[in-house]
Design a binder for this molecule. Structure first.
Ligand code: PEP
Ligand code: MN
Length: 343
């Protein structure tokens, strides 16, 4: 007898609605959770056991079932096997994932009303799709600018109202999740918090899209296991972000792991965004690296843009001036087309 704890049930292409309902009911009877994925050709039923083994032969014998496939990887809900189609994350009118690329841009941190409104207008005018800006900043030094807090969130909401751009902002502690959720369209989990499990549980329960950044010393499997924490709460709106990892190289802030992009797309169904700003730490490198990310199959980019980088309170060296951001946007069209995407 073959038993598994996590598996997918592939239904026959001609399986009836009644057969699908019957299989679902049988699986639920044994205490397992069901995740239905209705494709154009076939329905796939993902099954997460409650710990007790599931008898695959018994399921295989049910009417309408074509085959069962065990999920042997440590990450289950995040795996491509569990969910063969690309996940598209709906974000307040925007869709992250799918054919259309997503460009999120804005300052590292919200610094003032003028700064965030001006940047939002620049991002919008250049064709960006979402506005980024940190209100709670996880700084390496406790003496560095820590962000404007709730005031910054209110300014982001005002910028959204003016431009219509959805906003993405970081949440750094579980107790801030309810507050940040009332303002943000996407909750950002920063690299330093990728394995902050209390925070992952909290954003999993938040029912808001979450962008999870890869930790600077984390493997791809660790990133996907962190995503699994959020998914396991029933929050399926998870976006992955490659933002560079720490290596021996000193000329760049981090080293962009470009192969993580196609690899994550193979291993997982979740959208993948690349952050060329934190990956390189230097504005001169941001444009070529952003282009490379799109060419490699990323679903979009998140880029730091500041009206006056020389005066930025954080990450000025890696922030694009408005005209450079406009130049980047104009050049992405051709690359998007070359890889079968649109902007
Ligand atoms: C940021 O996006 O401003 C940030 C702090 O990024 P990371 O968590 O990738 O360092
Ligand atoms: Mn930053």
């Amino acid at each position: 007898m073959s038993t598994e704890n996590t598996l997918v049930i592939v239904m026959k292409p001609d399986a009836s609605v009644g057969q699908i309902a019957n299989v679902t009911a049988r699986v639920q009877q044994i205490g397992a959770r069901v995740h239905l994925s209705e494709g154009e050709e076939q329905t796939i039923i993902g099954v997460i056991g409650n710990g007790s083994p599931i008898n695959c032969e018994q399921i295989q014998s049910l009417a309408g079932v074509e085959r069962t496939v065990p999920i042997t990887r440590p990450f289950k809900l995040a795996s491509r096997e569990f969910h063969p189609q690309d996940t598209v994350v709906p974000v307040n009118g925007l869709q992250v994932g799918g054919r259309r690329l997503t460009v999120m841009a804005g300052p590292c941190a919200v610094e003032s009303r003028e700064q965030i409104l001006e940047t939002a207008r620049i991002v919008k005018a250049a064709g960006g799709h979402a506005l980024r800006g940190g209100a709670f900043k996880p700084r390496t030094s406790p003496y560095s600018f820590q962000g404007m807090g709730e005031k910054g969130l209110r300014l982001l909401a005002e910028a959204r109202q003016v431009t219509g751009l959805p906003i993405i902002t970081e949440v750094i502690s579980p107790e801030h999740v309810p507050l940040v959720t009332t303002y943000a369209d996407i909750l950002q989990i920063g690299a330093r918090n990728m394995q902050n499990y209390a925070l992952l549980h909290a954003v999993g329960a938040a029912q808001r899209p979450v962008m999870l950044k890869r930790g600077m010393m984390s493997t791809i499997e660790e990133l996907l296991m962190a995503a699994e924490y959020i998914l396991s709460h029933g929050n399926e709106r998870v976006i992955l972000c490659e933002r560079g990892i720490r290596t021996f190289e000193k000329y760049t802030r981090n080293t962009l792991d470009i192969s993580a992009v196609p690899l994550l797309k193979q291993l997982s169904h979740l959208p993948v965004i690349v952050d060329p700003s934190h990956a390189t730490g230097s504005w001169e490198l941001v444009i070529p690296v952003a282009r490379a990310a799109i060419a490699a199959g990323a679903d979009g980019i998140i880029v730091e843009v500041h009206p006056n980088p020389a005066e930025a309170l954080s990450d000025g060296a890696q922030s694009l001036k408005p005209e450079r951001f406009t130049e980047l946007m104009a050049s992405l069209d051709a690359i998007a087309t070359a890889v079968g995407r649109t902007l």
